[in-house]
Design a binder for this molecule. Sequence first.
Ligand code: ZN
Ligand code: ZN
Length: 371
Amino acid sequence: MAAVKDPYKTLGVDKKASDDEIKKAYRKLARQFHPDRNPGDTAAEERFKEVQQAYDVLSDPKKRKEYDAGGGIFGSGFDPSAFRRGAGAGAGGGFTGGIGDILSDLFGGAGGGPSPRNVPERGRDLETEVHISFPQAMEGAQVPVAVSMAAPCPTCKGTGAQPGTQPTVCPRCEGRGIESQGQGLFSISQPCSQCGGSGTVIEHPCPTCHGSGQTRQVKRYRANIPAGVKDGSRVRLAGKGEPGRRGGPAGDLYVITRVGESSIFRRKGDNLEVDVPITIPEAIKGATVEVPTLNGSKRIRVPAGTQHGTVQRLRGEGPPKLGNRGRGDIHYRLTIDVPRSLNKKQKQAVDELEGLIDGNPRQGLFQGRGA
Ligand code: ZN
Ligand code: ZN
């Protein structure tokens, strides 16, 4: 059990830090300590969780306010494991009844609709990135992904209250979770400003989760990346997102693929593009040249009189299109390779050619400009 950490210290920000500053600090640290970047490094994983935890608190205005207000209670020297020893001995005992039971005691038999807290809730969808090489993107790959998700806090069993204490009925909304402004037809209902709609307030927040009732855990999966993904493709892993609450289904996990560059091929939509240098004589006289494909090489025809930048296609030689739509093409962009220096004999030949090729190709540029 990690000692209680000040979320401001964890993120290295000032108590007066703006939302933007907090987000920036979080992103930087989350990237630095991400398990994908530090495989097998448990210290980094621990730091990663702490950073997530701190961000959970500071990114939520309500939780941040609660933390700021209650900071003194568990500011220093507080050892949550003391409480675990006292209250948590033997799972299923003590206070494990949780908030559901507390609320059903409070609201049992009361009229009105079901409490929104009892409705099954689907877990949130999550997103993570994987970095794969260009060949992996072309052929498909199975890659490990690690994703951090919220789980019930082990210290308070998800109630958010310091062990030995319980959430109490919100005095502002008297447990309804909503407050109304105005009267009669014109009254407007909105989530209670004090409890945020939960109907309860936590006077003594749990020291581990700062009252959120959740901590972070890192889950690892192997994701099947289909052949043909692009940089930025989203691969859905159904049911691998955050667990549902009160029996609701789990959310999905979206894996965003970051594809490394190839030194040869460039991705252009469903197709690939390659620059193919040709010599001046090949451009003038035409030729058949060997070009690379994804798994070998083929020959393409360069017609006589080929201009710089002309594109020749090989259909169906490109990457697989997602969703079984066949394969894309490879576009070969012919670039005329001009020698940077010539020997004497070559220079003579060019001089001769210059005398034989007449006409000014730039004439068109100056016509109709007005005198
Ligand atoms: Zn807790
Ligand atoms: Zn309230």
